[in-house]
Design a protein around this ligand. Structure first.
Ligand code: MF3
Ligand code: CO
Length: 248
């Protein structure tokens, strides 16, 4: 069942989303060669708590941290640790916040120091794929119009979209209906309506789309060891087009 949000609910949700956006913005200054992923996690956790909000991922199905930190061939759900980032790495940072009854969820992928041209292009294409998907989040389009726009753009660039994880509705729960895959034919799935709130989140691999889960039970990696990137926004479908709630 897809839960539509009223304008009042959307403005409450926007407050949670703003904290996500600002925390990710702050992380851009913290990510550099030599920093550990655990340091990134403590930075965002204290940022969120200072704002009176709650890190949504911590304890979610037993996830042990506030932030997901996925480096290089890690796709999503990398657990913060004593690992130090190195010059030339790329890192995906995925963050959820709960405030006043509502969730916000967003992710960015960043270069660590200066990175090679292929890494740079992967980051650009994945972010652009997110915006191609968001542009389809319009009243009377269907969910898979988002999916198809993302897949078409990514594959035309020579990369692959991960199928194992999908975007999702979001609101009073972190994961609500509908699922929002990053692949598929256009014109399928639920019709988009005013007040729907979706977390759109393409995960893009330089190589094949297959993934494996590490023994920690969380970290998803590319099976072929290729680089992977992830961008995500929480978006509201409105009569004026898509409204990106996690935008700075
Ligand atoms: N953005 C991811 C998602 O929507 C968050 C991972 S959930 C957690 O599924 F387990 F890491 F908390
Ligand atoms: Co999400």
């Amino acid at each position: 069942m897809i839960i539509l949000k009223s304008n009042d609910e959307l403005s409450r949700m926007a407050r949670a989303c703003k904290i996500v956006a600002e925390a990710l913005q702050g992380l851009k200054e913290v990510v550099r060669p030599g920093v550990t992923t655990a340091e990134l996690d403590s930075y965002v956790e204290s940022f969120i708590r200072k704002r009176g909000a709650i890190p949504a991922f911590k304890g979610y199905r037993g996830y042990p941290a506030s932030l997901c930190t996925s480096v290089n061939d890690q796709v999503v759900h990398g657990i913060p640790s004593a690992r130090r980032l190195g010059e030339g790495d790329i890192i995906s940072l995925d963050l959820g916040v709960y405030l006043d009854g509502f969730y916000g969820d967003a992710a960015i992928s960043l270069p660590v120091g200066s990175v090679g041209p292929e890494a740079k292009r992967l980051l650009q294409i994945t972010e652009e794929a997110l915006y191609r998907g968001i542009d389809m989040a319009r009243v009377n389009k269907r969910v898979s119009d988002i999916s198809n726009a993302i897949q078409g753009f990514v594959e035309a660039a020579g990369y692959s979209v991960v199928r194992h994880f999908v975007g999702h509705g979001i609101g009073m729960e972190l994961h609500e209906d509908p699922q929002v895959p990053n692949f598929g034919p256009p014109g399928q799935g639920p019709v988009l309506k005013e007040g729907m709130t979706l977390a759109i989140e393409p995960m893009v691999n330089r190589g094949g789309c297959e993934i494996a889960i590490l023994d920690d039970g969380w970290t998803a990696v590319t099976k072929d060891g290729s680089l992977s990137a992830h961008f995500e926004h929480t978006v509201a479908v409105t009569n004026n087009g898509p409204s990106i709630l996690t935008k700075i």
